[in-house]
Each structure stands twice: as C-alpha cells, then as structure tokens.
Write a protein that binds this ligand. Structure first.
Ligand SMILES: Nc1ncnc2c1ncn2[C@@H]1O[C@H](COP(=O)(O)OP(=O)(O)O)[C@@H](O)[C@H]1O
Ligand SMILES: [Mg+2]
Length: 237
C-alpha cells in the first residue's frame, strides 16, 4: 500500500490519491494520476498549469461535483465521497461556493433569484418561505454592495459578462461557505473587467476569511496568492 500523507489539523479540504479516468468508447483515459492537495482554512491557493493538465477535473472532484475513480476527499472532517448522496449534496451546498468561467447562472431567473438558489436548495420549501424576506434582503444587499443595484431584476441575458460574474460570486458566497472554488473566473472577461471582478472576489475572500482555490493562468495574480500549486499532465508538480 502506498503511504497516505497525513492531514494537518488546519486543513479545510484534503484530496488524497485522486485518480480520475474517463471511459471513451473502449478506451480508458486516466487524466489524474494520484493527486494530493490540501487547502487550509482561510488560505488562498492558486492552481496553475497548461490547458488539459487536469485542473478543472481535480477541482470538480474536490468540489464534490464529480466522483473520483479512486482516492479520498476529506472536507471539514467528512470523508465526502463516502457520504450518502443527499448528505454529500447538503455538505457541498453549505460548505463550498463555485465560480465558473462561464458563470452558470440560470437563464430564467433574475439576479436576485440566482443568488437565492443555494438557500432554496438548502432548505425545505416551507423553511425557505418562512425566511424568504430575510434571504431576499440579504441577496439584494450583496448585489447592491457589488455595484448591481440597477440590475437586481435583470436576467443573465440582460447583464454584461462582468455583471454576470458578480452575480455568480454573490451566489457562491450566499450561504457563507468555508471555501470558494473558482475555475478561471476571469477567463471570459476583458482584462479591465476581469481585474475588477478579481478585486471583488479577493476582497470578499479576505474579509470573510474563506478559503479560495483559484484556477488561473495569470502569473501576476498567482504571485499574490499564499501558495501556487502547479499541475502537469494530471499530476501536481
Ligand atoms: N468528461 C470527460 N471525458 C473525457 N475526457 C475528459 C473529460 N473531462 C476532461 N477530460 C480530459 O481530461 C484532461 C484534463 O482536462 P481538464 O481537467 O479540463 O484540464 P484543464 O482544466 O487543466 O484545462 C483533458 O485531456 C481533457 O480532454
Ligand atoms: Mg479547465
């Protein structure tokens, strides 16, 4: 048996021996070859590496969106992939906020409703309704803070890219998660807009003391992170 690296007590999330394979027709393609990665509470980590290195695959496994072929994800004391589906979904919704390159907002919902989604998912319908006013006020407050007071009831198609990403960041933070996972959050934005969106994300990360695992190609930005993790061909190097 290979030796498993111990998990430090200040680790919020620890991936151990993550292998991920995809089945394509009659071939098995292994894209992660046994990855270990820890993020501490409140830590800001840049994840870098060439396109195709396996960054998105790794963070989807760590973010409990995609099951590893083998290996473990220890999140806040739970062996997350061993949990029953409903418990794992609840843990993910509560503990992790996601920010994607292409926003992943629901097109039928306006900005406030998109931000409210984690609260809708995380509560029973009656539980949500009881607290609906509090939730809505909080969602509006965050969007106002993020400069979107004129956009509260706009749908994603009526928003610019930078505005969409601000909505997505508000959604990611709405339930006060312990960790944000952001996959090239400025990859679809022009550089000035991207810089303002990043500033917002980093300010919130700092103020809230939330962990941030940030996939980026920007070496200058990465230099500001506490730690840079580099991947090559499905391995951390
Ligand atoms: N669902 C999938 N099916 C098959 N191959 C995939 C799938 N997702 C990713 N891959 C492959 O895994 C490798 C790593 O992809 P990805 O994690 O997206 O890399 P990165 O985010 O670093 O650009 C690539 O070769 C990609 O083609
Ligand atoms: Mg990617």
């Amino acid at each position: 048996m290979p030796k498993v690296r111990p998990v430090a007590t200040d680790s919020l999330i620890a991936a151990r021996g993550i292998v991920k394979s995809f089945q394509i027709a009659d071939r098995t393609l292994e894209v992660l070859h046994g990855v270990d990665l820890d993020v501490k509470r409140g830590e800001l980590v840049a994840l870098m590496g060439a396109s195709g290195a396996g960054k998105s695959t790794l963070i989807q496994v760590m973010g409990l969106l995609d099951r590893p072929t083998s290996g473990k994800v220890l999140l806040d004391g739970s062996d997350a992939w061993e949990l029953p589906l409903a418990e794992r979904a609840a843990l993910r919704n509560r503990a992790i906020g996601f920010v994607f390159q292409f926003y992943h907002l629901l097109p039928e919902l306006n900005a406030v409703e998109n931000v409210l989604l984690p609260a809708m998912i995380g509560n029973s319908w009656s539980g949500y309704k009881q607290r609906a006013k509090e939730f809505k006020d909080r969602a509006r407050g965050m969007l106002v803070k993020f400069g979107l007071e004129q956009r509260l009831d706009h749908r994603p198609a009526q928003l610019s890219g930078g505005e969409r990403q601000r909505v997505a960041i508000a959604r990611a933070l709405f339930l006060d998660p312990k960790m944000i996972i952001a996959d090239e959050p400025t990859g679809n934005l022009d550089s000035a807009t991207g810089e303002r969106v990043l500033e917002l994300l980093l300010t919130e990360q700092h103020e809230r003391g939330v962990s941030l695992l940030l996939v980026t190609h920007d070496e200058r930005l990465a230099a500001h992170c506490q730690r840079i993790v580099r991947m090559e061909d499905g391995r951390v190097v």
